[in-house]
Design a protein around this ligand. Structure first.
Ligand code: F6R
Length: 368
């Protein structure tokens, strides 16, 4: 059952390459991206002029990642919102608004109510869901299922990575419908996605080293996470995992916000996890983060740096270096999240907690 693992979460972390491959399968047919269920016309998809992404918890973080890709590929404005906020606001929506609702369970009360709130205003809803026939996909105009398989661990891992991939498919479907990407470009992006299961398998070779680091950090009082661009939602997700599993104070920040407050928290020995962008991507992003790490290290932080293999520039500033394979910038969350999941699980285990069943949490939040 746990496949020889001490806890389900580790098994589910290791199932991520398969979850991604299964989620991609069957979605590129005759040179075109296809959704699972589309109860809206192709014209409706072409007419979309604004996107809202709504979700809770980790699913919300997957939505934050999606924003970078959909804006870039589709040239559409994208707003990402917590379902529990969206449903009580008066969001500006109409029939040309696409609302992407992300939910592993498909039953989260706030997300379901947010879907209803959007549909009352004639917006179209596309659900990304891991559970066949759940309420949210049933009430949506289009569905893309993640095929992560059932998650036993309460903390989302393989469903989260599968949600990111599903969001990318939605982005490509929109780009294809709107003509902001040529068919050969869509095909190329899809091929990049198809290479991700192997890239995730590569990161998994570092699991034992990351677990050892987790054991070293188990007595920390707090851990901070920093990232920029797509690394920012990854930082938020790393912090959420640590809170929910290890009951440790953890916060994720956009690295650019450091000087606007969080740097005051840095003190001798405080572990700070930094998600580095690729040195081959936008040079400015990379160099900004290098200077952020040097600043926090100079103030005594214990730096844990997630960086691309062969990124020599960060070595002098990294007290602990965790290497991830080189992948296109927008896809990096699929590899950089993995060590953060392992870290949180192992810190929790070292502290004697039940990794699969953290206190006070339920797998499906059907009450508000
Ligand atoms: C975190 C976690 C939760 C869920 C959230 C939304 O590890 O699992 O934050 O992501 O409760 O659940 P779904 O996706 O089922 O709507």
């Amino acid at each position: 059952e746990k496949g020889g693992h001490e806890y389900f979460m580790l098994k589910e972390i290791e199932e991520q390459p398969e979850a991604l491959a299964n989620t991609l399968r069957g979605h590129f047919v005759n040179g075109r991206i296809v959704l699972d269920e589309q109860r809206m016309s192709d014209q409706d998809l072409r007419d979309v002029d604004k996107v809202f992404v709504i979700a809770c918890g980790s699913s919300y973080h997957a939505g934050l990642v999606a924003k970078y890709a959909i804006e870039h590929w589709c040239r559409l404005p994208v707003e990402v919102e917590l379902a529990s906020e969206f449903r009580y606001r008066d969001p500006v929506l109409d029939r040309d608004t696409l609302v992407v609702a992300i939910s592993q369970s498909g039953e989260t009360a706030d997300t379901l109510e947010a879907v209803r709130h959007a549909r009352e205003q004639k917006a179209r809803v596309l659900a990304i869901c891991n559970t066949n026939g759940a309420q949210i996909p049933r009430e949506s105009d289009a569905v893309l299922y993640t095929h992560a398989g059932p998650e036993i661990g309460v903390a989302s891992t393989k469903a989260f990575l599968a949600q990111i991939v599903a969001n990318y498919l939605v982005g490509l479907a929109l780009a294809q419908a709107r003509g902001t990407k040529y068919p050969d470009e869509v095909a190329r992006e899809f091929a990049e996605l198809e290479a991700m299961p192997d890239a995730v398998s590569r990161v998994l070779t570092t699991v034992e080293r990351v677990r050892a680091l987790g054991r070293e950090l188990a007595d920390s009082k707090a851990v901070l996470f920093l990232g920029r661009h797509v690394g920012f939602p990854v930082a938020l997700e790393g912090a959420l995992k640590l809170k929910e599993l290890a009951y440790m104070h953890a916060e994720g920040f956009a690295a650019g916000e450091l000087k606007h407050g969080p740097i005051a928290l840095i003190e001798e020995g405080l572990p700070v996890v930094v998600v580095m962008p690729s040195p081959k991507g936008r040079a400015v992003l990379h160099s900004k983060l290098v200077s952020n790490i040097s600043e926090i290290q100079a103030r005594g932080a214990r730096t844990i740096v997630i960086a691309e293999e062969g990124d020599e520039t960060v070595r002098p500033f990294a007290d602990h270096l965790i290497e991830i394979p080189a992948v296109p910038t927008l896809l990096q969350p699929l590899v950089s999240t993995v060590p953060l999941q392992v870290l949180a699980a192992e810190i929790a285990r070292s502290r004697g907690y039940d990794v699969d069943k953290p206190r006070n949490l339920a797998k499906s939040v059907t009450v508000e």
